[in-house]
Ligand binder design. Structure first.
Ligand code: ADP
Ligand code: ZN
Ligand code: ZN
Length: 742
């Protein structure tokens, strides 16, 4: 049995969601182990597979591995992690395994660093003769030989640079049989270039009493190498990040490392610098703006133990860090921690799983914890730690609510209330900075013919198109479809085509119209598309090169800029009115967070919150920074309408070219599903956005206290259901613990 291994074949089919047994040929014996990618015969074909640490099942007719493609792609923990994700989120094992593989592996490209070396083929004496012969006719070739006499072998790139010489000179020497070149795998030397970051911070700040009090129990568990999870509930600017830094320093002292997860858009240069300035080259950064090659190199540094502090977005939770002391989720309530495509994992769940394996501590940090998290903390699953005040007794921003209905009554048709106008004018006059937040990019919300009522809609999505002023085009925010804005209505031919509603572009235009002198920059998906653009925008704003920053969600997180004293929320209602059971939670979190961007320095801050629903509980709670009040009401609502944390939810969706197909498939699932007591089925019903990218979307919501048996049943039937959907040209998806119903 010793020469047999379990292999997971790299095919996503119903028959391959398990391992197969293969024989290791003697020649490959010492190269095949857990994490090796191999070529194997499978049926009539030769395909790829991964060797996994499972007991190989005995088989009658065993086939042999034909080749080794790559080694050490994952370790035993990586495999267990993949299994955990596949079990929990009902996805294929190969899909889950992709999460722990080094970047690029799944596309079949090897990003392994390869280095080209050059060495002499002749003896010293022969070389000297040759140099004399070449003489002044070929000075570059002579320089190359001189270099190699001093030091050999040399890396080709270095040699050419140091000589200096052109590639053609080197080639000529190869042609003469004087030198040879070859390529070798070289993981280390290139990675070293990433390790230039030096520790810039002189002395960390002295902790406040509140910080000390919160830190102590964490350090205690960490030092005892005991797995314990903490909820660090601290208002914006209360010094949570400083606590993370201290915990990580302790983990390093123990010879362990740590992972810090930050929502992608909060991974601002400021945030990154705080970790790099403290830990220098121990830090590996993983975020989506890195090129694949850069991600790969960071991954290698982590795997080799060269970088032990991983700071990254969601998928960094799978980083191959070997000894973990602490896992930290900053802004733990963020929905960005849930992946919205298969595997639909939640990084918080994975973090808790990994921390337990490593005997590590977890910190879930937030000013507005997820209702589910707070509930668990109250029931003792997490230790609750609070930082109720900002650093240095700085007050929380004063929040004022403006009822926009009154503005209309008073004859103010501007997007700015009178109060916000006054405050903006004051801020500008005082040479301080303001952030204007609106959760919608583009210029207007929709374009309508005032004569016949035609609204410009996306032909693929059943949704209104948004006007973008630059280029005068209409854009679908769901599928990206765009077309030029028309002057005359395509239906009735009238010229009364108008745009309604408001996006970030319009906020900029309006602000500029009222304050022509103000320097305004915009940060949203449109202005930040280019690599590096987000950093530039944030940098110039934090350097005071603009007075007003206008933006979407991207301006709500991670910014810590002392001169920002005003935040204007143009419309708090956009997220509130979404057809999603979590809409009120999202709204409260968003408002609290964006308000938290102001008054972080010496000067106190204010937030103006414009709304048509001033009495909504989420809005009132945001005004009073009243997390507990919000939580109590929200929990009651969740109980009444049967949502998490009281019930588990499973969302079954079908995306199909025709509605009938989607409905039929879901009805079949419903018919087949074993009826269990206490399990509620809602649907089949159309999704809130019925048609996106030419696909009709229907769903079935399954709720219950314990969905374990239903999940087992679905996992077993999934292959057949998936196959049936594919035959009908549809796609069936399962979302365990969805964070949004949109
Ligand atoms: P949070 O993560 O809770 O929003 P931060 O850690 O960003 O809070 O802290 C807010 C500000 O206070 C930052 O500018 C930080 O450098 C500073 N700060 C944090 N802890 C201390 C401390 N003990 N003494 C002085 N300044 C501190
Ligand atoms: Zn018309
Ligand atoms: Zn569209």
């Amino acid at each position: 049995m010793d020469n047999q291994v379990a292999v997971l074949v790299d095919l996503i089919t119903s028959a391959t969601n398990k391992t197969f047994t293969y024989k290791i040929p003697t020649a490959l014996h010492d190269r095949v182990s857990c994490g090796t990618k191999v070529r194997i015969p499978f049926g009539p074909r030769i395909i790829m597979g991964y060797v996994v640490p499972e007991q190989p099942e005995p088989v009658d007719k065993i086939r042999s591995i034909t080749a080794v493609v790559a080694e050490n792609l994952f370790n035993e923990e990586g495999w267990q992690l993949a299994r955990f994700v596949a079990d929990k989120y009902l996805c294929h094992l190969v899909e889950a395994l992709q999460l722990v593989l080094p970047p690029g592996t799944s596309r079949g490209v090897s990003l392994e660093r390869r280095v080209e070396y050059v060495d002499l083929l002749l003896s010293q004496l022969q070389v000297r003769d040759l140099m004399e012969e070449l003489g002044p006719r070929a000075p570059a070739q002579v320089r190359i030989l001189t270099m190699l006499l001093k030091e050999r072998p040399l890396i080709r790139k270095d040699l050419l640079k140091r000589a200096p010489a052109a590639a053609s000179s080197l080639k000529a020497l190869v042609g003469r049989g004087a030198v040879k070149m070859w390529i070798e795998r070289d993981p280390a030397s290139q990675l070293a270039s990433l390790e230039v970051a030096s520790i810039k911070e002189k002395q960390p700040p002295v902790l406040t009493t509140a910080q000390n009090k919160a830190l102590q129990p964490i350090i205690k568990a960490l030092t005892a190498r005991r797995h314990e999870s903490f909820l660090l509930h601290g208002v914006t600017g209360s010094g949570k990040t400083e606590i993370y830094l201290r915990v990580l320093a302790t983990a390093l002292n123990q010879g362990r490392g740590g992972i810090v997860l930050v929502p992608e858009i909060a991974l601002t240069p400021q945030m990154r610098e705080r970790f790099v300035n403290r830990f220098g080259s121990e830090v590996a950064l993983l975020h989506s703006k890195l090129r694949e090659r850069e991600r790969y190199d960071q991954w290698q540094r982590i795997g080799q133990g060269r970088a032990r502090i991983v700071v990254g977005a969601r998928s960094a939770i799978f980083a191959p860090l070997k000894e973990i002391g602490a896992i930290i989720l900053d802004e733990e309530h963020e929905t960005a921690y849930k992946q919205e495509e298969s595997p639909r994992y939640h990084a918080r769940k994975v973090a808790l799983w990994r921390a337990k394996k490593h005997g590590a501590i977890t910190i879930l940090g937030s000013a507005t914890p997820a209702v589910e998290t707070y509930y668990k903390a109250n029931r003792g699953s997490y230790t609750l730690l609070t930082l109720p005040n900002r650093i240095a007794q700085r007050p929380l921003p004063q929040v004022q609510i403006v009822d926009m209905r009154n503005e209309l009554l008073a004859g103010n048709r501007s997007i700015f209330s009178r109060l916000l106008q006054t405050k903006l004018a004051e801020t500008l006059a005082a040479r301080q900075q303001a952030i204007l937040f609106l959760n919608r990019r583009g210029y207007s919300t929709f374009v309508l013919c005032r004569q016949c009522g035609l609204v410009a809609e996306c032909p693929h999505c059943d949704l209104a198109l948004t006007l973008h002023k630059a280029g005068q085009c209409l854009v679908c925010h769901h599928c990206g479809y765009s077309k030029p804005l028309y002057q005359r209505c395509p239906r009735c031919g009238s010229g009364y085509v108008r745009d309604f509603g408001c996006g970030t572009q319009r906020v900029v235009a309006e602000t500029q119209r009222i304050w022509p002198q103000a320097r305004i920059i915009r940060l949203d998906a449109d202005t930040s598309a280019r690599v590096g653009a987000t950093d530039e925008i944030i940098h110039s704003f934090s350097q005071g090169k603009a007075d007003i920053l206008v933006g979407t969600q991207m301006v709500t997180k991670g910014l810590d800029i002392a001169r920002v004293t005003l935040v204007g929320i143009i419309s708090a209602d956009l997220t509130l009115n979404l057809p999603d059971p979590f809409a009120s939670e999202r709204t409260f979190q968003l408002l609290e967070q964006v308000a938290g961007r102001t008054g972080r320095g010496e000067m106190s801050g204010q937030a103006i919150l414009q709304t048509y629903a001033p009495n909504h509980p989420s809005i009132r709670a945001a005004k009073g920074h009243d997390y507990d009040g919000f939580y109590q009401l929200e929990l009651e609502r969740r109980y009444r309408y049967q949502y998490p944390p009281f019930l588990e939810v499973l969302l079954v969706r079908v995306l199909a070219p025709k509605e009938r197909i989607a409905i039929d498939l879901l009805e079949r699932v419903l018919d087949l599903l074993p009826q269990k007591e206490g399990v509620i089925m809602e649907g089949p019903a159309p999704c809130p956005f019925l048609k996106i990218s030419n696909k009709f979307r229907w769903q079935l919501i399954i709720k219950g206290r314990h969905l374990g048996p239903i999940k087992d049943w679905l996992a077993a039937k999934l292959p057949a259901l998936t196959a049936a959907s594919q035959r009908a040209g549809a796609r069936l998806t399962l979302d365990v613990d969805p964070v949004s119903y949109l």
